[in-house]
Structure formats: C-alpha cells, structure tokens
Design a binder for this molecule. Structure first.
Ligand code: 2HG
Ligand code: ZN
Length: 454
C-alpha cells in the first residue's frame, strides 16, 4: 500500500480503500461503456467527517479527487479518464435519511438513492419532485451536482429547485453546512445553488436538504400516437392549457420504440407503428383520467391512444419511454447528446440534427427522445465510427447552438463536452466560472477535466 492508501485506510477502514483494479472496475467504467478511467485507488467514506479527512489527505498528497455517486452519469463526469493519480471518492455509503419535517423537508445523505428518498417521503405522505429511470442507483448528491432533470421537471423543476441547503466539503477541507434552520431565507450567497450543476468541481456534497412535494394519490397516464414532433407539441399545448395536474410530457419516436420492443420483448402499444409518441401523466387527489381523456378526445392530431390509471397499466405505458436508455445501450455504445432548444424550432431542429449527423457519419442511426415540455431532446447516435465521434458531437451541438439551443439541458458538461461549453455560455460567463473555480479550488484538485478543458 502507498502512504496515501495507508492514511486513507486509517480514516475509513481498510475494507473501504480499493486498490485492486479488478475490484475497483465497477467505479471506473460508466455503464454505457463509453467512459473508462484509471485511478490510484477508490475510497468509500462512511460519514461527513471521513469525507473531510479524505479530502485533507488527498490535498496534502496533491492527488486529484473525482467524486462519484451512483455512477449513472452520462457525460463521464464521475469517471477518472486519463487521471491515473486520482482518488475516486465514492459517496455511496452516505445514505442517512433524517425525519421528514412538518413543512415537507428532509436532509438526505449524498449517497441516498432517489428511490430511497421517494420511499421515505411516501411513508410520511410526501413525494420527491425529482424522478428518472435510474432512480434505484442514482444518488441525490450526483443528481444535485449535475443539476439533473428527469420526468417531473415540467411540474417541479430540475434538481436545483429541490434544494433548500447543502453540506459540502471544499478542496481546502473546510466544511460548509447549511441544512438546518428555517425554510425561507435571504441571507447571503446560496451555496446550494452554486454547487448544483458544478459537477464536483467546487466541492463534494455530503448532505442535501431537499424540499418535498405533496404526494398525489391518483395518477393517469396516456400514451398517444401522433404524426411527428410538431403534432406532439400541438397536443401538449392543448393539454397544458386545459388539464390540471400535468406532471410529465415525454416524447419518443418510431425508431426508439423499435429498439425498446426488441430489447424488452414488450408487445407494441398499438396495432400499427406511428412516427411519434407522446406520453402524458397527470397526478391529483382524484383520478385525473376522465378529465385527461375528455381533452384528448378533441385532439385531431391524436391517431391512437392508450390510457391507464391503475399502477400496472401505468407502469406498462411508462416502460416504453423509460426503457429507451437501456435498449439503446443493448444495440451498441451510443454517442450521447442532451440538448435544449427553443420550443418553437423543435420540429425543424429534429430534421436538422439528423441531417447534420448524416453529413459527418453517413449510415449512423440517430435515436431521438426526451422531455417535450422543456424541449429537451436526447440525441443518441449509434454506429458512428470511433474516429467520427467528435465530429458527430460537433455537428449536432453546432446545429443546436445555431438555433439558440443549449449543449446540455440536464446531463451536464462532464468530460464529454467542455470544448463546446462556449457554444452555450458567453466568454464572460466562462471567465466568471473559472474565477469561482480558482477561488474555491486554487490547486484544481476537484474533478479536473470536467466542465473546463484541462
Ligand atoms: C432520460 O431522460 C435520461 O431517460 C437518459 O435523461 C437519456 O439515455 C439518454 O440519452
Ligand atoms: Zn432525460
């Protein structure tokens, strides 16, 4: 064992310092298989105090630190690519959940999975406003650090909006902690907002105080077949103005559904295929199915529809959408892009993105799906030759930027996209971000290569 490994073993116990690459492997490869790293060791602290001691020891040894939650990120932000000297700091053991207070707030250890917080909230009559398919592995620390989105952003906002306060260890070893006290406050810089979306470059989250939302006992889901993205948007516009309680509006297309059917063996939702599908969910205190169905009955764009308000039927409809990521991975290692666009240009952008990919990687398959209400498209490109991966990213991100879009709507910049950050953020914005980074982490120890090019 090296000196640093021994020192860390004294802090967290030898069982929680992994130096054998074979044992550490599951921390070093992201689950899509695109991002692979190496590191000097993986350390798994079990308390805030241990995180503080680990960071102090790494800083003293000059070892870069790569924080990692559930390793469900999609932009390589938690994988130590080209960082053999790094310490991978896994937060997964920080799973304590405090009591849900009468205002519906809870303090969760950074390593708590979204599913564990959801169950904890449900038991107290509340719910978490954040949800996405990797809920059983994704941790709240990772979700906040990347400012993740998911399928409820339309109703409750992204991860940042759920945060009332954070506890985090800075590169200096200082502990900043603001997870107690009143719900409402206007007393200085909001470090929670700053750390949300900082992707482990400014501090390591150890606890998060989350704002919960009322649990909605009745839910209805509708899966609608339509002729394209513009038609899906037209239906969504009507539903948004006429139906109460919309919680999700998800889009997928014919080719994505084919991959899902092939990978899951599920039966097709309709007797024939359609160009596009819109999945809507409404939640309320009384069953929203009738209200939703009556508005949908008037929508000329709806070609076919399936609805459910029982748990099994809802889950079956959701599966067509939520199985996209795993079904795409079953077909290959995709180039993953996650773009936000002005809603008005979304349908045109879909064609422009396909054309841009075709120009640089003819024959590649472009699978598009995403969160329609936020005009957030997940662009997954399969079968691009390995020497065209950057060209594909460049072509898609420039196409999006030319249309006023963003290079990342919810997955973050990570190691995948620093070179394109300037397409979305101004030179002044990036200079201000770099100044914040060097004020809080002057030696660049925290997650080097993420957000900014090394
Ligand atoms: C989703 O919306 C996730 O399902 C993953 O953000 C998207 O796999 C993707 O590209
Ligand atoms: Zn998404």
């Amino acid at each position: 064992m090296t000196d640093l490994a021994k020192e860390l073993a004294a802090v967290v116990g030898p069982a929680h310092v992994l130096t054998d690459p074979a044992v550490a492997m599951s921390y070093l490869v992201d689950w899509t298989g695109r991002w692979r790293g190496t590191c000097r060791l993986v350390v798994r602290p079990g308390s805030t105090e241990q995180v503080t001691a680990v960071i102090a020891a790494c800083a003293a040894a000059g070892a870069p630190i790569v924080p990692q939650g559930g390793n469900t990120g999609l932009v390589g932000g938690g994988v130590p690519v080209d960082l053999p000297e790094a310490v991978l700091l896994s937060l997964r053991r920080l799973t304590d959940l405090g009591p849900v207070d009468r205002n519906g707030t809870v303090v969760a250890g950074a390593g708590s999975t979204l599913a564990s917080i959801q169950q904890h909230a449900h038991a107290a009559g509340w719910d978490l406003g954040l949800d996405f398919a990797s809920r059983d592995s994704a941790t709240v620390g990772g979700a906040v650090a990347t400012n993740a989105g998911g399928v409820r952003v339309l109703r409750y906002g992204d991860a940042r909006r759920q945060v009332l306060g954070v506890e985090a260890v800075l590169a200096s070893g200082a502990l900043v902690s603001h997870v107690d006290g009143p719900m409402k406050e206007s007393a200085g810089y909001d470090l929670g907002s700053l750390l949300a979306g900082s992707e482990g470059t400014l501090g390591v989250l150890t606890r998060v105080r989350v704002r919960l939302v009322p649990q909605l006992p009745a839910r209805a889901v509708a899966l609608l077949a339509v002729d394209g993205v513009a038609e899906a948007q037209a239906v969504l516009d009507s539903v948004q103005s006429e139906v109460d309680g919309l919680t999700a509006a998800e889009l997928f297309l014919r080719d994505g559904l084919s991959l899902v059917l092939a990978a899951t063996g599920a039966a097709p939702p309709f007797s024939r295929g359609w160009p596009a599908y819109l999945l809507l969910e409404c939640g309320g205190r009384v069953d929203p199915l009738e209200a939703l169905a009556s508005v949908l009955a008037d929508q000329a764009e709806v070609r076919d529809a399936a609805v459910a308000s029982d748990a099994t039927g809802r889950a079956a409809l959701w599966r067509y959408r939520e199985a996209h990521t795993e079904s795409i991975s079953a077909a290959g290692v995709p180039v993953k892009l996650d773009v936000g666009l002005p809603a008005a240009g979304l349908a045109d952008a879909e064609y422009a993105i396909r054309a841009a990919v075709d120009e640089v990687a003819p024959g590649a398959r472009v699978i598009i799906f995403g969160h329609l209400a936020e005009a957030n498209l997940h662009v997954n490109v399969l079968d691009a030759p390995s020497d065209r991966v950057d060209a594909v990213s460049d072509a898609v991100l420039r196409t999006v930027a030319e249309r006023g879009g963003s290079v990342s709507a919810e997955h973050g910049i990570g190691r995948a996209k620093p070179r394109w950050l300037g397409l979305t953020r101004s030179a002044a914005d990036i200079a201000a971000m770099r100044r914040i980074k060097s004020a809080l982490d002057p030696d660049g120890l925290l997650n080097p290569g993420v957000l900014f090019d090394r």
